[in-house]
Design a protein around this ligand. Sequence first.
Ligand SMILES: Cc1ncc(COP(=O)(O)O)c(C=O)c1O
Ligand SMILES: N[C@@H](CCCC[NH3+])C(=O)O
Length: 456
Amino acid sequence: MTPPAQHPGTQPSEAAAPADLNALDDKVWSRGVRRGDDGVVSADGIPVTRIAEEYGTPAYVMDEADFRARCRAWKDAFGPGADVYYAGKAFLSRALVRWLTEEGLHLDVCSAGELATALSGGMPPERIGYHGNNKTSDEIDRAVHAGVGRIVVDSFQEIARVAHAAHRRGVRQKVQIRVTVGVEAHTHEFIATAHEDQKFGFSLAGGQAAEAARRILGLDSLELTGVHSHIGSQIFDMAGFEVSARRVVELLAGIRDEHGVELPEIDLGGGLGIAYTPADDPREPQEVAKRLAEIVTHECENAALATPRISVEPGRAIVGPTTFTLYEVGTVKPLEGLRTYVSVDGGMSDNIRTALYDAEYSVSLVSRRSDAEPMLVRVVGKHCESGDIVVRDAYLPGDLAAGDLIAVPATGAYCRSLASNYNHALKPPVLAVRDGEARVIVRRETEEDLFRLDVG
Ligand SMILES: Cc1ncc(COP(=O)(O)O)c(C=O)c1O
Ligand SMILES: N[C@@H](CCCC[NH3+])C(=O)O
């Protein structure tokens, strides 16, 4: 390995510098991304320099064909006997809801705002599932009134609220029980959701899940269709899903034994990891579908249960890889004996994941080719926090300068949806590229948008 040349004053990292900084690893970049002969990177045929000129930076650039292809890959992998609910929390807009609807997916929402976006974007209500650990009575009433296909109940209070709303509206609402299966998912603590000590779901081990089934089955206004388990997010190891599937089937068997009812559905949640750097090794939808179907079928045979209809809720795995964030470099600051800080025109307001979860990202110079020696950098934002880091450790060419465009791939999930107005930053637009054309699907915020809320 050739040791990286250092920008004045930087120290080499333990990680090797990539052999060719101009190469774009298709593990992390959306499918339509290429570097042209002139050195400029384009997204589905549109040079990033043109995108920056026309739409400004920072901007999220999303590849629509890639998004649709990933929807189809998940749907085809699970086949007609299963349903794929895209998890809207990863990123949601009305255009995206239209694509999902056209591709035949279902949609998981977890707030009134997400429900409103889903309905306004044209998702048929029966294809919507409603989640959340503290849905308000108003939210529940709206969901019941809209006719959502299912509400995933998360507490005893909520069972009563949904039953009340359904009774008042004169309907029988389909519900699933969110179960905490007690699996320790191998991911960041903040995004693991199936160990016992956390806020989501009814505990399986503690008997609350079985009690939830008892209560729901005793209420005329509710129809219990199945049980639900989501073990966490950004997971690569299928073992947790396998344990979860087994425990969920055991619960179905327990409900059958106690009540004589075989519930027709199970949902195994989302959580499949994606490649943020070339070191990540995600599972393909085909593999996920096959493993889950095998386990569920096997466990059901053992328990003498008919195999239920499976559903899953991938968010990140569908939208994450479809998008990159385009930034302009503002300053390049070598720190003697430490590293070089590269400041961009966004930061933790458009990508909080590095600050929140120590997430790793990769980054490339995209407005030109450079054969300068690699320099170890930290890409940071423009906010008043020293934790305002976009990419903690990466290599960029040693001749990087103000005005260059750099891009961070795999920012489609939990970046725009977690964006903030910290320091009164204006949230960047989301541009959809398709067939050589870019269009704005979420516009850039303006100062007028900020003032509109400020009534003093
Ligand atoms: C209930 C539920 N379903 C689905 C998801 C989507 O997860 P991911 O984006 O990791 O696939 C989440 C978020 O972790 C969730 O809480
Ligand atoms: N926001 C988290 C994922 C949370 C998933 C929601 N249950 C992330 O960026 O990784």
